[in-house]
Design a protein around this ligand. Sequence first.
Ligand SMILES: Nc1ncnc2c1ncn2[C@@H]1O[C@H](COP(=O)(O)OP(=O)(O)OP(=O)(O)O)[C@@H](O)[C@H]1O
Length: 294
Amino acid sequence: MTNAIHIDPGHIVTARGLRKAYRNKLALNDTTFDIPAGRIVGLIGPNGAGKTTALKAILGLIAFDGELSVLGRDPRTQRDELMRDVCFIADVAVLPRWLKVREAIDFVAGVHPRFDRAKCERFLHGTLLKPDLRVREMSKGMIVQLHLALVMAIDARLLVLDEPTLGLDILYRKQFYQRLLEDYFDENKTIVITTHQVEEIEHILTDVMFIRDGKIVLDCPMENLGERFTEVLIDRDKAEHARSLGPLDERALPFGKTVMLFDGVNAAQLTGLGETRTPGLADLFVATMKGTYA
Ligand SMILES: Nc1ncnc2c1ncn2[C@@H]1O[C@H](COP(=O)(O)OP(=O)(O)OP(=O)(O)O)[C@@H](O)[C@H]1O
């Protein structure tokens, strides 16, 4: 049965029916998705949804059941080959505190064949990160800058980022994503990012996947969200009729107004109910995940 899945050569990741059980908890439960090349995919889900487990499977760091192809390889058996084309940062707290900037560069240069030292030094130029500065002397934001410089100097086809900006202030977070977009991403690269900070990455994503209880519950290119989902500011006297169309979610606003979110309801049926717009990713996330902690 192995290798029975059809793998589209344009896809960087093909996952079919992934399953990972931790004692009595299913972290991945028939998880199925594709990641095409040249995309920036947000894997978004509540705490404990299985995001990190999915990334660990992609990186060949855990055992699991199901079919998974990453850059045409099985991460369980071809991890070493795979790592030549894949780059990841788990989180920014992993660098040892005694490490100097120059040693961090030497280390990555030693372990990663696609690391471009000159490019890394260009990224560091103009920052406060001088070669002899130690990690313990850096602020959290400076550690992120170092990480960014190290990671963006690696010419990897797939970059995997698990909560890359956790614990950092909004200025650094914005800068991180902006640089990722401007200085790293191109059509030959694919980026997978997990995060809770939906609003900040929304504008750089090309695709979004929502994961809940180990299952992909939404998988959609950003440009198609508007076709599928509509938010309507319902006129007071239209609420009953609107409810009969089965909104995914409903929330009250001041002055007796109501906002309803519809999935796949024809635009023609919604006109006349009130003002319509495409929902933001955060509202969509909240609506989709309702009842998670119930
Ligand atoms: N090593 C482990 N041993 C036991 N259970 C684990 C282990 N790793 C993860 N789990 C469980 O698997 C589930 C999925 O965890 P995972 O870390 O993938 O979630 P996540 O979506 O990344 O969550 P968060 O947003 O909180 O980081 C959780 O219920 C978690 O408790």
